[in-house]
Design a protein around this ligand. Structure first.
Ligand code: NCD
Length: 312
C-alpha cells in the first residue's frame, strides 16, 4: 500500500481497494467526531485552494465544509470569468500561482486531462474534482462509502447505473470504482446514444466484472440492490439536436419502484437532479441520495487529511 501523503487524486483507478478501505475507516471516524460536534483541528494553519473553473454546488461546498470543520482555510474561485483566465492568462500560470498560495489544490475543469496536466505543474498535491466527462474520483469515493454504509459491503450486490454513461463523469468513475470490488453484476442502463464510453467498457472487460448493457430499466429493476441514477449532461453535447433525441428518455417514479423494485433497493444520484427522479421518491424508503450528499463531508475530511499527511 502506498502512503496517502502527498498523492495526487486524478482517477479512482489510482487507488487499490485496501487504500480505499483505509480512507473509509478514516471517514467513519470523521463522521463519528462530527456527530459529537468535535472534529479534530487537524488542518490548523493549512490553506486549501478550491479552483472551480466549472459550476459546482455540492463538491465545492463539501470540500469547503470539510476543510473548515478541520480548522483549515480555503481560498478559491467558482467560474473562469472570475479569474485572470478571462484576461487571457493560461491555465499553467494560474496553477503555479495557486500552488504557491496553498498546501493543496482541488480543481474542477471542463477539459478532460486538465487535472492531470495541472498535477504535473503543481508541487503540492492536487485533487481532481471533475475533468470534463472523464473522472470524478472523490464522487466515486463517497458513492462507495454510501453503499458500504447502507449494505455493509460493496461486494455481492447487483448494480444498475442509469442515464448518461457517455458524458457523465460521476457515472464513469462509479462504474470504474466497482471494478476494484466484486459486484455480483452491473447493469449499464442508457439510451443507445448515451452508452458507456469504450475506455470505460475496456476496464470493465479486463476486470472480469459481469456487466450487461441495456436500454430498459423496467426489465432489470427487479434484480437491483443499488440504482445509481444520473442526469443527462446537456452542457457536454456537441450537438443540441442530439440532446433533443434523448431528453426525458428515462424517469424514476415512486410508482415504478413500488411496482418492480426489491423493498431494500437504494437509489443513489450524485445530484444535481433535473427530472430523472420524481420528487415523490424523496421521502420513500428507496431514496439514499441526500444521505449520499451529506456523506461527502466526512469522506472529503478524511481524504484531505490523508493527502496532507495529518491523519492518523
Ligand atoms: C456531478 C458532476 O459535476 O459531475 N455532480 C457532482 O459533482 N455531484 C454530476 C452532474 O453534474 O450531473
Amino acid at each position: 500500500m502506498r502512503a496517502w501523503q502527498g498523492r495526487d487524486v486524478i482517477s479512482i483507478l489510482d487507488f487499490t481497494r485496501d487504500e480505499l478501505e483505509q480512507l473509509f475507516a478514516a471517514a467513519e471516524e470523521m463522521e463519528e467526531k462530527l456527530s459529537r460536534g468535535k472534529p479534530p483541528r487537524l488542518l490548523e494553519g493549512r490553506i486549501v485552494a478550491l479552483a472551480f473553473f466549472e459550476p459546482s454546488t455540492r463538491t465545492r461546498l463539501s470540500f469547503e465544509a470539510a476543510v473548515k470543520r478541520l480548522g483549515g482555510e480555503t481560498i478559491g474561485f467558482s467560474g473562469e470569468e472570475a479569474t485572470s483566465l478571462a484576461k487571457g492568462e493560461n491555465l499553467a500560470d494560474t496553477i503555479r500561482m495557486l500552488d504557491s498560495y496553498a498546501d493543496l489544490i482541488v480543481m474542477r475543469h471542463r477539459y478532460e486531462g486538465a487535472a492531470l496536466y495541472a498535477a504535473e505543474i503543481a508541487e503540492h498535491p492536487l485533487i481532481n474534482a471533475g475533468d470534463g466527462r472523464q473522472h470524478h474520483p472523490t464522487q466515486a469515493m463517497l458513492d462507495l462509502y454510501t453503499v458500504r454504509k447502507l449494505f455493509g459491503t460493496v461486494d455481492g450486490l447487483v448494480y444498475g447505473v442509469l442515464g448518461d454513461l457517455r458524458y457523465g463523469r460521476a457515472a464513469s468513475s462509479f462504474i470504474l470504482s466497482l471494478t476494484l470490488y466484486r459486484p455480483s453484476k452491473v447493469y449499464l442502463i442508457s439510451p443507445r446514444l448515451l452508452r458507456v464510453r469504450p475506455e470505460v467498457r475496456m476496464v470493465l472487460e479486463e476486470s472480469g466484472v459481469r456487466f450487461v448493457e441495456t436500454e430498459s430499466l423496467e426489465e432489470v429493476l427487479p434484480e437491483l440492490d443499488v440504482l445509481y441514477v444520473t442526469r443527462i449532461q446537456r452542457e457536454r453535447f456537441p450537438d443540441p439536436q442530439e440532446y433533443e433525441k434523448v431528453r426525458g428518455s428515462y424517469r424514476v417514479t415512486l410508482d415504478l419502484l413500488e411496482r418492480l423494485a426489491k423493498p431494500d433497493l437504494k437509489v443513489l444520484h450524485p445530484l444535481p437532479r433535473v427530472d430523472e427522479i420524481d420528487y415523490r421518491v424523496d421521502g420513500s424508503r428507496y431514496a439514499a441520495y441526500f444521505l449520499q450528499a451529506r456523506l461527502g463531508v466526512p469522506v472529503r475530511m478524511a481524504l484531505v487529511s490523508l493527502v496532507l499527511g495529518v491523519w492518523p
